[in-house]
Design a protein around this ligand. Sequence first.
Ligand code: MN3
Length: 238
Amino acid sequence: MNRRTFLLSVGALALSRLGWARQGYRWESDSLTGTYPYKLPDLPYSYNALEPAIDAQTMNVHHQGHHATYVNTLNKALESLTAFQTVPLEELLSSLEKVPSAQRMTVRNHGGGHWNHTFWWQILTPKKQEPSMSLQKRIASEFESWGAFRGQFLDVAAKHFGSGWAWLVLTPTGKLRILSTPNQDNPLMPYAEIQGKPVLGIDVWEHAYYLRYQNRRLEYLTAVWEHLNWAQVEALLG
Ligand code: MN3
């Protein structure tokens, strides 16, 4: 090993120790949220459109309360971080280790919260949709059958301990995987067990269902399954 190679490898080691080498999934599509200053997006339907699966009061508090807080807190954290203001949120979340440590957890929680909820409103639809034959085929090729996929997904979502999300993820090698993440983490982040492009996600925080379902998370999940926007899932799969 010559001096240059040695210095390079020591440098790489130091960088990976600092976490700079940790990267999440690179989002290649249009940004869902754009850049700073972030805005609370309008819902693509009315607050009562998902009744009775999700009640209007839950939708209202979830959107105007929870989601609005994520947007405002994220904007506040980025106020002084001018270099990060022009970076699309997907890229910020994929490379959280580059965010100064004083703001990193806020960007992780509230940036994740803003992105996840923007995604969530688009993955719901008032009208029940049947997944297309091509989507069913694609899913069945990885999970044996549509029914097996549904069972596995709902199981992961139901059993996730505490607050978080259940996801269907397209990995960089083109595989489909189901996983859950805690809090407002998502599969774009370097912390996710499986990194990739989220193509389906379900919010399993109690704030998403507690008013109507209390501790009956599986009941919420089976009701909300009837309101998933499979055309959107398919579009994200590309
Ligand atoms: Mn939520």
